[in-house]
Design a protein around this ligand. Structure first.
Ligand code: C5P
Length: 335
């Protein structure tokens, strides 16, 4: 991979935002020789964001802030650190970076928060180190980091094939309102796929496919039809591991959700609402019934990882979370 040499003053702090996702449908095939399952999934990026600030440093380090920050590993397994290291290795960069992540996407919730961190770190370090990679080159690195990382870069609504990493954009109309029912205890993606093998095993389709009704609903901007078409092949496996989610699904349905589905590998439950007020009413119903540990509201689709601002020169290192540093130079929305 080639990279640009430094001609301009180095950006000292780069602020990037990347979205979480919900799988509107997740069709899962058999486990392949590489250990992954063939997927046909429709992702939608939603307005729960990970904000990441990257600043110059000698070493690569990460700091995580936000409600569930204590649940995020800070060692070499941290996906943002892995992303930065992969970019440095691929481009021959020797510099370090200090990454501050402000989390809003639930941890281990099936909404790809860690993948959003990785996508944000790729984009931020590419700007900080002026490695100048194209979106395509970044997407290649993203796919090496995890199945959902390319989508966190891409955003909007997209069909994912392969491991979920081969993306094609889908035309959609309108804005969709979501209520997410959260559980404090996360689920590991690998364990849900293992349970899927136990539950479905050889009955899994050889070539999973997307329901054309779902694609039609998105194209028409029809939330009622979309609600009816939401699906997740991993849901029975998720319910096997977390049976209490059945109640969460039922309460959201009773609250009039247009559709309810476990998000990705769970345990977050995603309920599609008619509008913002309805989303709030579903959230209240979930809290009142005591079947969730928290709720979040969001809209989708939203753009993928994007640069929000850079600061140049030798100004102070940003002291706080992603919102906290002064004097940013806004970067126009690239989408
Ligand atoms: O790609 P990622 O690291 O997010 O995947 C985590 C785990 O989820 C994998 O190690 C694998 O066990 C499982 N997985 C799978 N098939 C996929 C995606 C993930 O079996 N398409």
């Amino acid at each position: 991979m080639t990279y640009r040499t430094r001609e301009t003053p180095r950006a000292r702090a780069v602020r990037v935002r990347a979205p979480g996702k919900v799988n509107l449908s997740l069709a899962v095939g058999r486990r392949q020789d590489d250990g992954y399952h063939a997927l046909a999934t429709v992702f939608q990026a939603v307005s729960l964001h990970e904000d990441l600030v990257a600043t110059d440093a000698d070493e690569l380090t990460v700091e995580v802030r936000g409600a569930q920050a204590d649940q995020v590993p800070l060692g070499p397994d941290n996906l943002a650190l892995r992303a930065a290291r992969l970019l440095a290795d691929a481009t021959g960069v020797r510099a370090g970076a200090h990454l501050i992540i402000h989390k809003s996407v639930p941890v281990a919730g099936g909404m790809a928060g860690g993948s959003a961190d990785a996508a944000a770190a790729l984009l931020a370090c590419d700007a900080l180190w002026e490695t100048g990679l194209s979106r395509g080159q970044l997407a290649e690195l993203a796919a090496a980091l995890g199945s959902d990382v390319p989508f966190a870069l891409h955003g909007h609504t997209a069909l994912g094939r392969g491991r979920g990493h081969l993306l094609s954009p889908l035309l959609t109309k309108g804005e969709y309102h979501w209520t997410f029912g959260l559980r404090a205890a996360g689920l590991s993606t690998a364990s849900v796929y293992d349970a899927y093998d136990q539950v479905v095993g050889a009955l899994a389709p050889e070539e999973p496919d997307v329901d054309p009704e779902l694609v039609r609903a998105l194209r028409a901007g029809d939330p009622v039809a979309l609600g009816a078409a939401l699906s997740n092949d991993l849901q029975p496996a998720t319910l096997e591991l977390a049976p209490e989610l059945a109640e969460t699904l039922a309460v959201a349905e009773d609250a009039g959700a247009l559709g309810v589905v476990v998000s990705g590998s769970g345990p977050t439950v995603a309920a599609l609402a008619r509008d913002r007020r309805h989303a709030q009413a579903i959230g209240r119903a979930l809290l009142d019934a005591g079947v969730v540990d928290g709720v979040l509201h969001a809209v989708g689709p939203v753009p993928g990882a994007r640069l929000l601002s850079t600061t140049e020169g030798t100004g102070p290192t940003p002291p706080g979370g992603a919102q906290a540093f002064g004097g940013p130079k806004p970067v126009p929305d690239q989408d």
